[in-house]
Design a protein around this ligand. Sequence first.
Ligand code: MN
Length: 509
Amino acid sequence: MAGPVPELEDRAMACAERLCEADRVLLASHIDADGLTSAAIAAQALERAGLPFETVFEKQLDADAIAAIAATDYETVLFTDFGSGQLDIIGEHEDEGAFTPVVADHHQPADRETEYHLNPLLFGINGASELSGAGASYVLARALAEVSDSEPAVAADGGEANEMSPSSSEPRSDGGTVVADAATTPRADNRDLAALAVVGAVGDMQASGGELHGANEKIVAEGVEAGVLETGKDLALYGKQTRPLPKLLEYATDVHIPGISNDESGALRFLDGLDLELKRDGEWRRWSGLTNDEKQTVASALVKRAVSSGVPATKIDQLVSTAYVLPEEPVGTELRDASEFSTLLNATARYERADVGLGVCLGDRDAALERARKLLRNHRRNLSQGIDLVTREGVTHEDHVQWFHAGDEIRETIVGIVAGMAMGNAGISRSKPIVAFAEKNDEEVKVSARGTHSLVRQGLDLSAVMGEASRAAGGDGGGHDVAAGATVPKGEEEPFVERADDIVGEQLS
Ligand SMILES: [Mn+2]
């Protein structure tokens, strides 16, 4: 049986076989939507293979974090959604015999190799757009199902309780059950985990141009086959499951529709003119609750409005994209939509509650889900307070960039989002990138930069800006052309801005 991504199959099998040789495994993963789904996929695959394990999360896998991992008694460590970029440091511990690393990652590898290294970039697959950390973990999970299935002796060895069990709603299966079910149910081959892999990919912004590509597409196909995913063309707006209709339209700003986007009363007037039942039982209806005819009515009117107000055809095309729906989740919940699901996970990650995000991924629909929703509400409140603060206090304009310093008034984990969302407000331009500082700790400052797609088309590459300017200031950074981040020593803010201003000036000239 071939895995979902043939190029990775041999390496995935080697990694899976190595894991099955372990008595127990330490699973270390990144704290973000992709890292959380990676960990959830790996955790379920290890559990189903009867391998005891424990999970740890890190915001950054730095030398200290790796040393702490090396100091544990674990002899086998599975890194997911990070590890490749840190193989130089990991390798030193491996050489000393501290542990054997197994890595399922999609980031640029450091200048060092290791035997059990599963990364799309090693096999000619794009790690930024075709496979995420969760995708790599899924490929490994599929291989694990096959390896543990063909070696019942290993699968049967899963009697020891492991630390994950309390937060998992899955009943712990004994090895015999795993083997017996292998031929008939999707669960036994781990295909049901494809839904989480898609949530991770979407959370890592891999659905460029509105849909997933390459290896990701193959994972989607397996999820559809397993009945855990549905795909179809739909309105490309965020919040189709949970947002009341007027808010869905008002907050949709990727494609700006004059008189609707960012316009509360305009969005209401637009809906009022549609001859549609807008409320039911006194509550605004949501997109996910509309019939197909009703959806068609809204979508057509939206396109008509866009055309008549001069929105270019290329932009209008972007109003439709592929939706990834998790049909086993209830209608009208975040969990049913891959994009809303990943936002919920990010809300837990940004407040360092990986345990909550992981619990939700593992099926906890009570305490963990309730807590995650609370974190998301809190996150949204923090964002709107941050945007108000920046708009009120204003930004400083240089020739080519604009910037502000939030000190400790905006968390460093959200200051970049705040900066991006504040662009276009009074006094904050959309024709210059915005640079935001926030305190990280006593010695360091976090810098986040955001641009617009229009600036990127003119030559802006914030990844290069943040990398160069931060290294000149004794820090480090990088990211994407339209959004990037860095960390610099405290007190280096002004020289950083000067240098960033120069580089942006060169890029846009
Ligand atoms: Mn990732």
